[in-house]
Design a protein around this ligand. Structure first.
Ligand code: COA
Ligand code: AMP
Length: 623
């Protein structure tokens, strides 16, 4: 088998030949004759004349190939103490029937369906059912508050929303239905119908005429066959935080997505059909889309859907129990989960209580993997711990240590090397390339490979402006970093106002917009500060209006962010400060404050309006 260098070089010098070869792993209803449509740069389309159905590739074809009785999905709920296994045949039957239920509600090809659900099998079934119909799903993470859901409803304009009566967090029941109703009440484009899974833990009221009980809808429906769609048709829209309060609707196509994910499972993750793969994430995030749902199923592997936490459900041995009970070959999670486990079980005693002999790899992504966490995991688990770097936008890893191709010596702190198709460059502000060891903006030369975003939902101009305008011919990742002299990439952190809290991507701008609505707040800034477990935490700095009281203000602001954005923002740090440092043109010096808060010596811009403001902030911000 060719090594990494051969594959990477081939993908850059002749991308069409490279991806045409990879595309043979997909079952097409119309095989691609053309591989890349580059007639409208900077917009590129992969497999422009091909047709397929993603759901048929993820389910039916495995049943047809004799894998019908193999486990497709293992649901393991630590919070309800339930386990359920779906074979490929069963998952296909449920999905075909739910697709029928959606069709009965008028959902057809190209229509949108929002999925606002906890980690239960029905969430996966709903996603696949949309794919089966050629409808476009948009999953909204359950930790978001009604306002965030309403913003997504209005942008994507769903025909139907699929939800559940509740989610179960270790310390509380999260009632989804009141949040769903509130969001629909706020939105200008309400769905015609909602389908609601009634969970035994807590049942909810349904609105007659609008809402259907999942079980009733299933009982009344008949199964439907997969609908072939163009490879370039959207499979889903997944909203992610940008630098402003308005989330970006990342579009994923059908064809490029299937090709790239299949390629990644074999060549990066070293997973074969029949292996058990577990991404301990949430279907509301891109990791959940790609590596809980689509990639393992496209390959014919077995995926684990875990409803629970790394700690507290019931203890820090939860992950090791799941691995041993289900024979997991590779676990994929975020460094924050490992830090949480390590904090409660520093000696790794729980690791020793389980048979982890099936585990071959631990993959970590979602935030920077700090060397301490890397060393702890590598030592306690005794398997390769693979840091890899990617984004909602790319859908699969930009850089990794490709276990299925060639195993590079690991350098702690580096996600190793760029993956085929990702022509990564480190650029200075003037657009010139950085030398090894020199820090700059991490950019990817266009075209991006299959599986990455072709555009933003109904926002081509915003796509160009956000990602492609700063360095013409390149995609701006928003991360800063460098290559070392061995060609290893180091991703050091965001260079914009996006932060990563417990592997969850948040916009400081969105939190600022909420704080600014409080009547006592004159102006505010939110920055990411280091957090021992979550990597980063948002910290708000507010200046109050003259004469406004600060009594109880911090608690009110914390509640406001929780109500407007959601518990997931984990917003708990607020300081009232006399003033915010600004340039003479009035721009708040967030980068300089970030530097202070992380203990880095950020140069103070010469355009600063009043240096004493910064001096006064020093003692408050410094770690
Ligand atoms: N629905 C509703 N609420 C949710 C939720 C969901 N799906 N997921 C999280 N929340 C809530 C939590 O209950 C918590 O609420 P609280 O403030 O009332 O305690 C809040 O959102 C913050 O959640 P989180 O940041 O996850 O913190 P935590 O203390 O509950 O757990 C970790 C910390 C590290 C255990 C947890 O973040 C984790 O397992 N992370 C793994 C990372 C991950 O999955 N990343 C995805 C990308 S790979
Ligand atoms: P998301 O779109 O939520 O997956 O977040 C993507 C962002 O998370 C990236 O732009 C990085 O800032 C960060 N990230 C993800 N994986 C890594 C990694 N392995 N190392 C450093 N940062 C990472």
């Amino acid at each position: 088998m060719p090594g990494y260098r051969d594959l990477f070089d081939a993908s850059i010098t002749d991308p069409e030949a490279f991806w045409a070869d990879a595309a043979t792993a997909v079952t097409w209803t119309r095989a691609p004759q053309r591989i890349l449509d580059d007639s409208r740069p900077p917009f590129y389309r992969w497999f422009p004349d091909a047709e397929l159905n993603t759901c048929a590739n993820a389910l039916d074809r495995h049943v047809d190939a004799g894998r019908g009785e193999q486990a497709a999905l293992i649901y393991d709920s630590a919070v309800t103490d339930t386990q359920r296994t779906y074979t490929y045949r069963e998952l296909t039957d449920h999905t075909a029937r739910f697709a029928g239920a959606l069709r009965d509600l008028g959902v057809g090809q190209g229509d949108r369906v929002i999925i606002y659900m906890p980690m239960i099998p029905e969430a996966v079934i709903a996603m696949l059912a949309c794919a089966r119909l050629g409808a476009v799903h948009s999953v909204v993470f359950g930790g978001f508050a009604p306002h965030e859901l309403a913003v997504r409803i209005d942008d994507v304009q769903p025909a139907v929303i699929v939800s559940a009566s509740c989610g179960i967090e270790p310390t509380r029941i999260v009632e989804y239905k009141p949040m769903l109703d509130a969001a629909i009440g706020m939105s200008e484009h309400p769905p015609r119908h909602c389908v609601v899974v009634q969970r035994d833990t807590h049942r909810c009221e349904l609105i007659e005429g609008r809402d259907l009980d999942w079980s009733d809808a299933m009982a009344a429906a008949s199964p439907v066959d997969p609908v072939p769609v163009a490879a370039t048709d959207p499979l889903y829209v997944l909203y992610t935080s940008g630098t402003t309060g308005k989330p970006k609707g990342i579009v994923r196509d059908n064809g490029g997505h299937a090709v790239a994910l299949l390629w990644s499972m074999k060549h990066i993750y070293d997973i074969a059909p029949g292996d058990v793969f577990w991404a301990a994430s949430d279907v509301g995030w891109v990791v959940g889309h790609s590596y809980i749902v689509y990639a393992p199923l496209l390959l014919g592997a077995t995926t684990v859907l875990y409803e629970g936490k790394p700690v507290g459900t019931p203890d820090p041995g939860a992950f090791w129990r799941v691995i041993s009970e289900h024979g997991v070959k590779a676990l994929f999670t975020a460094p924050t989960a490992i830090r949480a486990i390590r904090k409660e079980d520093p000696e790794g005693k729980h690791v020793g209580e389980y048979d982890l002999s099936t585990l071959k790899y631990l993959y970590l992504a979602g935030e920077r993997l700090d060397p301490d966490t890397y060393h702890w995991a590598a030592e306690k688990l005794g398997v390769p711990v693979i840091d890899h770097w990617w984004q909602t936008e790319t859908g699969w890893p930009i850089a990794a240590n490709p276990m299925g191709t060639e195993q590079f010596p690991i350098k702690a702190g580096s996600p190793t090397v760029p993956m085929p198709g990702f022509d990564v460059h480190i650029l200075r502000e003037d657009g010139s390339g950085c030398a090894p060891e020199q820090e700059g903006a991490i950019c990817i030369r266009l075209p991006l490979p299959p599986g990455t975003l072709p555009t933003l939902w109904h926002a081509d101009a915003r796509y160009e402006q956000s990602y492609l305008s700063e360095y013409p011919g390149y995609y701006l990742t928003g991360d800063g970093g460098h290559f070392d002299t061995d060609g290893y990439l180091f991703v050091m952190g965001r260079i914009d106002d996006v932060i990563n809290v417990a592997g969850h991507r948040l916009s400081t701008g969105a939190i600022e917009e909420v704080l600014a609505t409080h009547p006592a707040v004159a102006e505010c800034a939110v920055i990411g500060v280091p957090d021992e477990i979550k990597g980063q935490a948002p910290r708000g700095l507010v200046v109050v209006k003259a004469g406004a009281s600060t009594d109880g203000l911090a608690a009110e602001l914390i509640q406001l962010v929780r109500d407007e954005i959601g518990a997931v923002a984990a917003f708990r740090l607020v300081d009232v400060v006399p003033a915010l440092p600004k340039t003479r043109s009035g721009k708040i010096l967030r980068k300089t404050m970030r530097g202070l808060a992380t203990g880095r010596d950020e140069p103070v811009p010469s355009t600063i309006e009043d240096p004493t403001v910064l001096e006064k902030l020093g003692p408050i911000l410094r770690p």
